[in-house]
Ligand binder design. Structure first.
Ligand code: F6P
Length: 427
């Protein structure tokens, strides 16, 4: 089997560990492994504009039974087309310009998530070394047709996609459309009878890489724990200055339609008040409720005030709650010297925490197994986590359930939104 792995949508810490795990597990299971640069955009662009280059001499896929050290030692440069300069522009002397779908080997991903003594080791890095994009082209059927052609041209029959709900929705659409795309390519004379036969089924698996932790049917998404750490570090720093001046701080955190980062940051930092999209303040006007709570906290001796606003927060009528407005309320009603801090992309960057190395490694192994076991009559799976165990759930169901949370919020059915996020939620 030839597996390609790509990262898509907003980057998150742990995506490199996903690529590493899929590549290494793929090789150990006897597969040929590829990466796609720049997410779905790379799939659409393929290698059509590649500068002429010598075809690298690649070793055949390795027998899974061969595991002694010599196996690893032998997997040197020749096994893949090394992405050696971090920009993805050069690879062991061969240019990657115009090439988006690239064969990789063991060494290509060595040290992608941990410091090691290996000469090829990279420092621990966040983000995604193979690039990501939010591809407009892949949202069109024309783009997906090109993507299908590019995969078939390289003989790739399995795809591991690491991204958020939008990216996994894309994966789901791609798989559902695959037979039709194939027929069109065949009718256009772009693929042969033999290719039509061989690639009748696209194996696809989703790994959830997103700082937002907004995907249903999994407890934790890859990158969310690191982003939460970043936010906590930032709040720790704010605590000291807030305390010194006895100030109030309103922090805006990311998360799109999901309040997980805001809520957990609030719990971890002892915040005074938190605004999340799934559960807007119940009182009307909410300003009174917030001021009462903060006044009480001040009366019992707190010198500082921390309010966390999820970027997607709104009131019960869906009117956005902005950090600047919260600041004005605190200043005008309680006379607090108040500042706003928007954490922005600092939350998304930086080294993955331990959990964002463990989670992708375990899930990457499971993803390769799911691809190997995929059959046309089974659904595509999303690799998740439930009560500390790696799980496989139908990708389509997870995507649909995630979308229904957003729909419930838009319909102001906040109870439903909360219970979809957490089936055990009770008032
Ligand atoms: O989905 C991840 C995320 O960081 C969201 O929390 C945020 O709303 C969005 O991406 C920001 O996107 P961009 O990086 O395109 O500004």
């Amino acid at each position: 089997m030839k597996i390609a792995v790509l990262t898509s949508g907003g980057d998150s810490a742990g995506m490199n560990a996903v690529v590493r795990a899929v590549v290494k597990a793929g090789i150990l299971k006897g597969c040929e492994t590829w990466i796609v640069r720049e997410g779905y955009e790379g799939l659409v662009r393929g290698n059509a504009d590649a500068e002429p280059t010598e075809t690298p001499s690649l070793k055949p896929a390795v027998d899974v039974k061969v595991r002694e050290p010599s196996f690893i030692q032998n997997l040197r440069f020749g096994d893949g087309e090394l992405l050696r300069d971090g920009t993805g522009d050069h690879t062991g002397g061969r240019t990657l310009k115009g090439r988006y779908i690239i064969r990789v080997g063991w060494d290509d991903v060595r040290g992608w998530f941990a410091e090691c003594e290996c000469a090829l080791s990279r420092p621990v890095q966040g983000g995604t070394l193979i690039g990501t994009a939010r591809s407009a082209a892949f949202r069109t059927q024309e783009g997906r047709l090109k993507a299908a052609y590019n995969l078939i041209k390289e003989g790739i029959d399995a795809l591991a996609v690491c991204g958020g709900d939008g990216s996994l929705t894309g994966a789901d659409v791609f798989r559902a459309e695959w037979p039709q795309l194939l027929q069109t390519l065949h009718a256009n004379g772009q693929i042969t009878d033999e290719q039509l036969q061989k690639h009748g089924h696209l194996r696809i698996v989703g790994l959830v890489g997103s700082i937002d932790n907004d995907m249903s049917m999994t407890d934790l998404t890859i990158g969310a724990p690191t982003a939460l750490h970043r936010i906590c570090e930032a709040i720790d720093n704010i605590h000291s200055t807030a305390n010194s001046h006895s100030r109030a701080f309103v922090l805006e955190v990311m998360g799109r339609h999901c309040g997980w980062l805001a809520l957990l940051a609030g719990v971890s930092s002892g915040a005074d008040f938190v605004f999340i999209p799934e559960r807007p303040p119940q009182a009307d006007p909410w300003e009174d409720m917030m001021c009462d709570a903060i006044k009480r906290h001040r009366e019992i001796g707190k010198r500082k005030t921390i309010v966390i606003v999820a970027e997607g927060a709104h009131d019960s009528q869906l009117k956005p709650i902005q950090a600047s407005y919260v600041k004005d309320v605190l200043a005008d009603r309680l006379g607090l010297d108040t500042r706003v801090t928007t954490l922005g992309h600092i939350q998304r960057g930086g080294r993955p925490c331990a959990w964002d190395r463990i989670l992708p490694t375990l899930q990457g192994l499971e993803a390769v197994d799911a691809l190997l076991e995929a059959t046309p009559d089974k659904p595509s799976y999303m690799i998740g986590m439930r009560e500390n165990r790696v799980t496989r759930v139908p990708l389509m169901e997870a995507v649909a359930m995630t979308q229904s949370v957003t729909a419930a919020i838009k319909a102001k059915d906040f109870e439903k939104a909360m219970s979809l996020r957490d089936p055990e939620f009770q008032e």
